[in-house]
Design a protein around this ligand. Sequence first.
Ligand SMILES: Cc1ncc(COP(=O)(O)O)c(C=O)c1O
Length: 405
Amino acid sequence: MSYKVNDIRDQFPPFKNNKKEFIYMDNACTTLRPQSVIESITDYYNYHPSCHNRALHTFGKQTTEKFSEARSKISKFVNAKSANEIIFTKNTTEAINIIAKGINWQSGDCILTTDMEHNSNLLPWQFLAKEKEVNHLQFDVDVYEGSVDLSGFEKILKENKVKLVSFFHTSNVSGITLPVRKLTEIAKKYGAIVLVDCAQAMITHKVDVQDLGADFIAFSMHKSFGPSGFGILYGKSEQLELLTPMIFGGETVVDAYYDSCTFSEIPFRFEAGLQNYSGAIGSSAAIDFIEDLGQENIKAHLLELNTLLTDALAGEDRVKIIGPKDPALRPSILNFTIENLDMAEVSVILDKSHRIMVRSGVHCCHAWYHKQELKPTLRVSLSVYNTVEEIKTFIKAITPIIRFY
Ligand SMILES: Cc1ncc(COP(=O)(O)O)c(C=O)c1O
């Protein structure tokens, strides 16, 4: 397929609606949404705004149908064995918390994560360790090589009672991807449950849960062209059966007395109360959009842009890239710092001077930044609609800042 970036841009309303041109490169936070996604969301409100299952009327039936179609689409997208293995959540954060709250932890159990998880995959374990007699252990990621020490990882599993291993698929800080299948294989040798945080993975990787062998994966559709506040928890059905739901209420039970209840089947026992119907329907359209483009084509496009960007910045003495030198190991992200400059100020200058939107900060990875003694950095995160011209404009804007500020 030849990649026609202008045709792709035409599908994203903000490029037409904003009078002033802008460059949006904060895609690791949230992407823009194509017209097809926006239309599918408004169709729900325009035609059948209702709830699923309980309502037997026309709107209810239409919503039920679209809602289950979305679940099937998402289950095929990740190659789950059944649509019942897909739980709708608010986001990745909620999905990870469902696991943290739902497992029957025993005293002495350990949770193993990398040392550079997003707060969403750190704080649930930190609080769990405080509430219950469980330990949170970590294995190091070499962010500059884009690698992990697999034998060190195995040693931790051999020497501790690790109940759950949880790690990112693709990093929001550096853009590197971990050897997920290999890590899962090792963790499984020691009987650990595996959870993979796929928040940053779904656009550039074909995530196949059966191939990866993970028990759980979590991701957010708003990072993948879908509606805001919509996420997914995939779980192997036998693992979901063992989890206690995090919240209780309507839809989670088939029957209730004053002092007892009978849970609904999975996944419904995890989806309490009325759901985000337009979110599910919009997510289905977002998946169509990704699949039409193809993750391999998207990755190739991002790599072309990131190579141009990296070539321009890597030669600058004051620039330090937080990640491997080779952009092929981090196609969607270039995170960097400029010696003696406040990167928050740099991001404001870029926005004011050229309407370039990039992200400064510690990217919800405070603990790792503390460990590395790193100040806030500037993250450029790319997506399908970014162009070579935009990258050239960015380089033109940042070069004098690097050289003369
Ligand atoms: C790797 C990673 N994990 C988890 C999250 C949390 O995602 P959400 O805010 O959608 O729950 C993010 C968001 O940036 C992320 O990049």
